[in-house]
Design a protein around this ligand. Sequence first.
Ligand code: X90
Length: 283
Amino acid sequence: MKYGIVVDSGCDLRMLEGDGKEFYYRQAPLCLRLDESEWIDDSSLDTKAFMQEMSTCTHSGSAAPSPGQWYQFFMEAEEIFALTITGTLSGSHNSAAIARQMALEKYPDKKIFLLDSKSTGPEMILLVYKIRECIRKGMTYEEITKEVTAYHQKTRLLFVLESLDNLIKNGRVSKIQGVMAGVLGIRILGRASEEGTLEILKKCRGKQSAYDKLVQQMLADNFQGTKVVISQCFQEEMAQYLCKKIRQSFPACQIEIIPTSGLCSYYAERGGILLGYDIVEKV
Ligand code: X90
């Protein structure tokens, strides 16, 4: 196969239409640990069972894919477009960079474009869709890398979480930032910062307030109703609510709702929502 799109499981998309025919789509799984048990975050993961066990375990954590796992996927196509979860919070990007180096030393003519999404979940999905769109248009490797890099400047990620426990326990959010989270009825609205860290925007009280503020934030960012991907962790209800809210301003907006990957479920926790969108830059 000529083209390969390779992501890690920070990207919630388990399958991509076109895989095996137009390109290869591969997802390097992160590994999740609940006490003594290990859960590989691939399409066979039973998220419900995983979340069940998570609610009763005492120690847990996540681990990035190894360079070897990335390397193996880099070998399956000639020209690779690889995307990782934010390298600021995960070692996955570093693993992929090592694998890329190893692959290029062995096969100097190989092409591997590696992009740190500085984000996760649905923002990664938007980037995957852009790569596929470019492949379908018949663009060259160089043209695609340029287009995707430019598009990345215009993609954003917002989230609403009901708990920051796992993020705090694993040192991905500071205790100070996370203070108030976990208080009953408080929801945290935040975004992926430009540096690829978690930025908390507001602590909201009331069932809908955080989601209403999320949509306000999209509008403030100059969202124009083009494309939205929502990943939800057992939160279909609020995903639908967001969908309705967005369509009030943009009736024709293309919105897709999917379940969170294991990794995103672990960190976003039950009730969490991640929303990726693209904006039009203000001139
Ligand atoms: O390497 C590893 O073990 C993985 C560490 C990942 C840590 C962050 C995961 C965040 C998942 C939570 C809300 C969105 C945050 C966006 C931040 C850029 C989802």
